[in-house]
Ligand binder design. Structure first.
Ligand code: NAD
Length: 292
């Protein structure tokens, strides 16, 4: 059993911390939001007054926060406050540069650290079925893996510091681009008199197949569990897709990579979210593309 501090008990962090409790660990949590703290307390998390108090005596510290500036702000406070030898894991989705800066803070203090962003959304966080994409040294990965297994079902070591975040934004750039491509094809098929089911039956078993059509089809009918059948309620909100596409563009600029389709996808999701659809599922962009 491990004593774990969990900072950031929101939509994702709350249920993840609850799964660590279920696995038998002692979890001490902190969050700026009283509502998040109350919900986590109901799941068995011992709520502390603040992050610094939560990390006292912790063997492992997990952060699940909105963006890089929050992670670096919190890590600057908690890395010096945690016991020597603590392992730091950040599971937020943040920019690669901030992730590497967070690792550097831990390294300067002689601590092990991992960036371990997730995919699988709130459902995956609740059901402990998340996929973790992990960056950091082998020692840190070996120590952290059993805890990640209490919160997820697939744990992939992607390489050194920051590589978990790199894998996350590359994957989600593929997803954003592929969803737009699938939506365009369905909108074109409609104009050509092709039924949704016919296009699905062909494309989902032919060379057009991909997760965006086979599992998350953006029109109602062919895949009953996709958000299209539920008036595009998320699911995965367009605002979060836009966040990840922007992170991919920042990384492309910083590394000198050409990602013209990633740039176009970021622009389209910015227009879609800016038109008041940020809270809708990202597959709802089909409605926007029909009108374009
Ligand atoms: P959220 O807004 O529900 O939770 C973030 C929590 O962090 C909030 O409760 C907030 O009060 C807290 N917080 C902010 N600053 C803090 C500080 N200084 N100290 C303590 N607590 C602080 O967000 P979420 O949906 O849980 O997402 C968390 C991270 O996971 C984000 O980076 C997001 O991109 C990523 N993510 C989310 C999803 C999803 O489907 N929601 C999926 C994959 C990854």
């Amino acid at each position: 059993m491990t004593t774990i501090a969990f900072i950031g008990l929101g939509n994702m962090g709350g249920p993840m911390a609850g799964n660590l409790v279920k696995a038998g660990h002692t979890v001490r949590g902190a969050d700026l939001s009283v509502a998040s703290c109350d919900a986590a307390a109901k799941a068995g998390v011992a709520v502390s007054a603040n992050a610094v108090e939560a990390v006292a005596g912790a063997e492992v510290v997990v952060t699940m926060l909105p963006a890089g500036k929050h992670v670096l702000g919190v890590w600057r406070e908690i890395v010096p406050a945690a016991p020597t030898g603590a392992l730091f894991i950040d599971s937020s989705t943040i920019d690669v540069a901030s992730a590497r800066a967070a690792h550097a803070l831990a390294k300067e203090a002689g601590a092990l650290s991992l960036d371990a962003p997730v995919s699988g959304g709130v459902g995956g966080a609740q059901g402990a079925t998340l996929t973790f994409m992990v960056g950091g040294g082998v020692d840190a990965f070996t120590k952290g893996k059993p805890l990640l297994e209490a919160m997820g079902k697939k744990i992939v070591h992607c390489g050194d510091a920051g590589n978990g975040q790199a894998a996350k934004i590359c994957n989600n750039m593929i997803l954003g681009i592929s969803m737009i491509g699938v939506c365009e094809a369905f909108a074109l098929g409609e104009k050509l008199g092709l039924s949704h089911q016919a296009l699905f039956d062909v494309a989902s078993t032919s060379s057009g197949q991909c997760w965006s059509i086979n599992t998350y089809c953006p029109v109602p009918g062919p895949v009953p569990t996709s958000p299209a059948n539920n008036d595009y309620k998320p699911g995965f909100a367009a605002d979060l897709m836009l966040k990840d596409l922007k992170l991919a563009q920042e990384a492309a600029l910083a590394s000198g990579s050409a990602t013209p389709l990633g740039a176009e996808a970021a622009q389209l999701y910015a227009l879609f979210a800016g038109a008041g659809n940020g809270g809708a599922d990202f597959s709802g962009i089909i409605k926007f593309l029909r009108g374009a």
